[in-house]
Design a protein around this ligand. Structure first.
Ligand SMILES: [Zn+2]
Length: 935
């Protein structure tokens, strides 16, 4: 872009925050570990060491950032560097320049004022704690230093913190067998609410902080995007007593014949095959995340194929709104994306209304047969489902491909004149269950009708009389028919997952139906007011549905989390079924969800380091039986200060969100909000009483450790979230939001709670264009060659939306492109190709593609945001015109359209720092907390 115009604003500030020096002495993945061992195994998975930027084996931006911070032991991504006294962090962030945009009115640009305090700094000398129970000769480990912030004065809240890595985990260098920098699992996979574990249950209780792990076994939809080291020589070494897997934190005895389990301290024999010089090169001794190819003893039966049963609503409503046609078209277009490299994937299609329409699909090689449809009336009682010719209903995708394409091309026409408005989903599900009972698989339900007959019959609930009242959650958000949960548990036992795509303009009872997906490790996808007459609706549904079909799910999976002696999993959250107290069952394992386990401390923890190991036994959709093992080591402390200095505000928010969901479903929305309010108040009170005691008077500042300074904001944003907010929210929307909160991976969850807002009219020149330099991880937000550069986010408050500005607001559900009502003509021309604000078509539609650089940059940014690698989501864009100085001029009339008012209100609800619907703004919320603390 050498002929780039320079008429646009200069960078408001240098985004190269705190330029840091990288430490050339630190090993990079694929190179040589500090001990001289090549980090390579007898494994042919070469792409592990390739330059894939998503690979977890490369120095992450955090690592490099951290290296620059004075070679601290910020091994948040598993790097363990030698302990040493650390200088205090001296990162100076540049204050934004007050530059005036060409788009600006007379006012100066009010960009987010950056705070110069980082949430956690270097380790402070003199805070060392002793190591107990470690092999002799180890060094002491230094804990993260505690810095306090007065959150009342820390305004606007420094939202860049939301993108920071968690406080580093500091382990003694001797904690690991090798010096591999990736011995500890990276925080992308597992984040602990506390990166220093309290050494007793009483200390944990006293801290008022929750102790939980946020576990995300997969980072992306396919292995190619985030490969892990694979051990494929059949040697799976486990402790005889506690069954934990050999990992980087065991102790290898000097004679090289035995290993001491780091979980239960049992001395185990090493397998003969490992007693060699290359022992320390083993992946399982070098990486916090590994995957074993499983041996036959890990198989109950031969690895199953991927079997998909599509239950497609064919009622009149679904035909009229275009969902059926869009669905079959998307499946047809996605056939090559469905994992099937072994040619073993099977599919089955059933049309569902008051009857069940089955399709017999012959193999392509048999030209004597044609596709036939068989319509069966389901039983009216508990009789067994009668399935016609079951042998050719579930057919091989490869060998019947032509006929499958033919069926899908004609599918809608079979039901074109269907007038039935009845949906017997219960019997359709039972039918799918019969087909999959012996082989396992997935049922994918696509519907725009509430099931209104048969076993799973639902009725419209009375929203009006209970919405916004205390009994709202029990009346509207819990299951309205017990069939769904009990059926889901049956499905789980038979290795069947249910996924739902619900798209309707009327009530569907998401709260009840989502029981199907919750207990079968599936997901409920909700498309309110969906209609194929809107191109954007088709695009969103098709992209997400297609991405869902392409995901490399695992099959027949179980997950178990092992803890060091004295610790245990107390409660588990997410979409699965608990088969026993600590064995979680997933008929299929999705790649776009995460799980939270609350950890309880039974006994005093005497060890200085404790361990957690998550193992996911699964069958890949390519037919391999594997075990993914993630090992986390955390230091312990008797010191509350150390615990606070290493608490992870994002992981804590995730835990709080799960408890709030739980309280909503078992008690009330009031109790969920009360819980959130009390949790943050308790933490602030404890902090005042125990951590900064004696330092404050009645006019005390609202102190909190700097690494937790975003917690009040996140908690208040949760209270305002559609899932929990006070006031009238359609219950399907509320239920869908609760589902998302209960399963979203952490980065997505945080964005769902606190939206990302980008100021576009004054963005730096390079934003919206591909990054032309070398990969650069030194920024907090890394730059990767070729990837579109995004502007830095601004605070979610109306105060920051200038009347002449252009903003993109991302809520994880939708994108709003907000254009201020006073915007200058040049901005309107460049972005929309229009010269007056009144001509802009507001609502759900794409930006016009114009041949000017600014339009291209804005569209690049929108496209970049929509990539969402670890998620199937595709966000619709809503164009919103904000108020002008002369509001009445908008729309060319005296009154704004009601649609625009509603759209604005919706968009404004994303501005979570502001006061809305009688809910306090953030500053007022802090004031209220302060008053409560002093009362
Ligand atoms: Zn053991």
């Amino acid at each position: 872009m050498s002929n780039r115009r320079r008429a646009y604003p200069q960078p408001a500030y240098n985004p190269n925050l705190g330029a840091v020096q990288s430490n050339p002495g630190t090993p990079q993945a694929g190179g040589v570990a500090p001990n001289g061992f090549p980090i390579v195994n007898n494994n042919n998975n070469n792409n592990l060491l390739s330059s894939n930027t998503n690979a977890p084996y490369q120095a992450s931006p955090y690592d490099q950032l951290n290296q620059g911070m004075g070679a601290m032991s910020l091994n948040n991504n598993g790097y363990q560097q030698p302990m040493q006294s650390q200088p205090f962090l001296q990162q100076q962030q540049q204050q934004p320049l007050q530059q005036q945009s060409v788009y600006s009115a007379a006012q100066p640009v009010n960009t987010n004022a950056l705070n110069t305090n980082l949430p956690y700094g270097a380790q402070a000398p003199g805070m060392a704690v002793g190591i107990n129970g470690m092999p002799s000769g180890q060094l002491d480990v230094q804990m993260n230093a505690l810095y306090s912030t007065d959150v009342m004065k820390d305004l606007p809240p420094p939202i860049l913190d939301l993108q920071f890595p968690p406080p580093p985990i500091n382990l003694p260098a001797s904690a690991t067998v090798t010096s591999s920098p990736e011995s500890n699992v990276q925080p992308d996979f597992i984040r602990s609410t506390l990166n220093v574990v309290p050494s007793s249950s009483s200390l944990l209780k006293k801290s008022k902080l929750p102790f939980a792990l946020v576990i995300r076994p997969y980072l992306s939809l396919t292995d190619e995007e985030s490969p892990v080291p694979i051990i494929n020589d059949g040697i799976i070494t486990r402790c005889r007593r506690c069954r934990s897997y050999l990992n980087p934190f065991v102790e290898i005895r000097q004679d090289g014949l035995k290993w001491k389990c780091n979980f239960c301290a049992l001395l185990n024999d090493l397998p003969a095959a490992l007693k060699s010089n290359s022992l320390l090169n083993r992946y399982e001794l070098n990486y916090g995340v590994t995957e074993f190819m499983a041996t036959p003893e890990y198989m109950v039966r031969a690895p199953q194929s991927l079997n998909l049963v599509f239950l497609l609503d064919v009622t009149r409503n679904t035909i009229q709104n275009g969902l059926l046609a869009t669905t079959v078209r998307t499946i047809l277009d996605s056939l090559d994306r469905i994992p099937n490299d072994q040619g073993r994937t099977n599919v089955c299609f059933i049309g569902v209304d008051k009857r069940l329409s089955y399709f017999s699909i012959p193999p392509d090689s048999d030209s004597s047969k044609d596709i036939s449809m068989m319509v069966v009336a389901p039983p009216t009682d508990d009789d067994d489902i009668i399935i016609p010719s079951p042998d050719d209903l579930m057919v091989n995708l490869k060998y019947c491909r032509n006929n499958i394409e033919k069926l899908l091309s004609n599918f809608s026409s079979y039901f074109m004149s269907n007038q039935s408005t009845d949906l017997d989903l219960g019997n359709a599900l039972r039918s799918g269950h019969s087909l999959l009972e012996k082989i396992g698989g997935k049922m994918i339900v696509v519907s725009s009708t509430m099931p209104n007959i048969g076993k799973g019959k639902l009725t419209v609930r009375d929203e009006v009389s209970v919405a916004g009242k205390s009994k709202e959650s029990t009346a509207l958000l819990t299951a309205n028919n017990s069939f769904y949960k009990s059926f889901a548990i049956d499905c789980n036992k038979s290795q069947i997952t249910v996924d739902m795509f619900l798209a309707s303009s009327t009530y569907q009872d998401v709260a009840t139906l989502s029981n199907l997906t919750k207990f079968t490790a599936g997901q409920t996808h909700f498309y309110p007011a969906w209609n194929a007459s809107n191109l954007e609706d088709i695009t969103k549904f098709s992209k997400e549905f297609s991405n869902h079909l392409s995901m490399e799910i695992a099959l027949e999976a179980v997950m178990r989390i092992r803890c060091s002696d004295g610790l245990k999993g107390n409660a588990y959250f997410g979409n699965f079924f608990s088969r026993s107290s600590d064995l979680l069952s997933f008929p299929s394992f999705p790649r776009d969800q995460s799980y939270v386990v609350e950890i309880g401390i039974d006994n005093d923890v005497r060890r200085s380091v404790v361990y957690f190991q998550t193992a996911v036994l699964h069958t890949t959709c390519h037919g391999d039986r594997r075990i993914r093992v993630l090992t986390l080591a955390l230091p312990t402390s008797k010191d509350l200060t150390s615990v606070y200095a290493s608490a992870d505000q994002l992981a804590i928010t995730n835990y709080f969100a799960h408890i709030a969901v739980d309280k909503t479903l078992t008690s009330s929305l009031d109790s969920a909000r009360d819980y959130l309010n009390k949790s943050i108040l308790d933490i602030l009170l404890l902090y005042k009483k125990e951590i900064v005691a004696g330092n404050v008077g009645s006019s005390s500042p609202l102190q909190l450790s700097t690494n937790l300074r975003m917690l009040p904001l996140l908690v208040q944003s949760l209270i305002k979230h559609i899932a929990f907010r006070n006031g009238i929210v359609p219950s399907d929307h509320r239920a869908a939001a609760i589902n998302k909160i209960g399963s979203l991976p952490l980065p997505e969850l945080i964005q769902y709670i606190y939206p990302s807002i980008y100021s576009l009219h004054d963005m730096p020149d390079e934003c919206g264009l591909p990054y032309e330099g070398e990969d650069d991880y030194e920024d907090i937000i890394p730059k990767i060659h070729g990837e579109t550069i995004l502007p830095e986010c601004i605070n979610a408050t109306f105060n920051y939306l200038q009347k002449y500005g252009l903003y993109l607001i991302q809520t994880n559900n939708e994108l709003f492109l907000y254009i201020g009502g006073d915007s200058v003509e040049q901005l309107l021309l460049d972005v929309f190709g229009l010269s007056t604000i009144g001509e802009i078509l507001t609502g759900k539609h794409e930006l016009p593609e114009l041949d000017n650089e600014f339009n291209i940059r804005v569209r690049n940014i929108i496209n970049k945001i929509r990539e969402g690698k670890g998620s199937i989501r595709y966000e619709n864009l809503y164009i919103v015109v904000g108020p002008s100085s002369n509001e009445r001029a908008i729309g060319g009339g005296n009154e704004m359209s009601r649609d625009l008012i509603a759209l604005r209100m919706w968009c404004m609800s994303a501005l979570v720092e502001d006061r809305s619907n009688n809910v306090l703004g953030y500053k007022e919320f802090l004031g209220q907390l302060k008053n409560k603390m002093n009362s």
